[in-house]
Design a binder for this molecule. Structure first.
Ligand SMILES: [Fe+2]
Length: 200
């Protein structure tokens, strides 16, 4: 018997395609393929209630602008929107180093698979971040390596490097433990992320 709801499986299949196609480095390709291999082992879905934040009501449809997306990304965006009513959007907890004053009310994170996600698990985390315009996300770090897949305008940084704008369909790799951040300009920002955790 399948533990995974069909709409979640559809999202994950489209994510595997899009992350794989957009990856720009061997490190992210290896991480992506390891993550989706691990996801072949389905886990029980959560019974947790969905939650939405006001920033989603105001900015999600503009940040994830289906008309602006090429076909291969639009299909993933649509698969995400199909499961979005089940998502528990939340704000980031913990350190807010270098965050803008607009950060708290101006962002939301959704865990799809991973801790607190629709499919709770510890080995793979896939989710999305939404930033309202003119929001700077805190510098942060985490042990799992991470690949981003960007669906909007917006800039990103790694360590003390310059800010860069991957653009729609842009992808980049964060090695384990690297300091990183993102910020929106006049337009909202939407990006998916995929973290592959090493099992203890
Ligand atoms: Fe991160």
């Amino acid at each position: 018997m399948s533990l995974r709801p069909p709409l979640l499986q559809t999202f994950l299949s489209q994510a595997e395609n899009a992350f794989g196609r957009c990856a720009t480095s061997d490190a992210s390709r290896r991480s992506i393929s390891s993550a989706f291999k691990a996801l072949d082992a389905e886990k029980q879905s959560s019974e947790r209630d969905a939650a939405r934040l006001p920033v989603c009501d105001v900015w999600l449809s503009q940040a994830l602008d289906l008309q602006a997306l090429p076909d291969g990304l639009r299909i993933l965006a649509e698969a995400f929107l199909a499961i979005e009513p089940q998502v528990h959007w939340r704000t980031r907890s913990g350190d807010q180093a270098n965050a803008s004053a607009t950060f708290e009310a101006g962002h939301a994170n959704a865990m799809i698979v991973g801790p607190g996600g629709i499919e709770p698990r510890t080995d793979v985390w896939i989710g999305a971040s939404l930033l309202a315009p003119n929001v700077r996300y805190p510098d942060h770090t985490h042990p799992p390596e991470e690949t981003y897949l960007v669906f909007s305008a917006g800039e990103f940084s790694q360590n003390d490097g310059d800010w860069f704008a991957p653009g729609i369909g842009g992808s980049f790799y964060n090695p384990p433990g690297i300091l990183h951040a993102m910020r929106s300009g006049p337009a909202p920002l939407f990006a998916f992320w995929l973290l592959r955790a090493q099992e203890a």
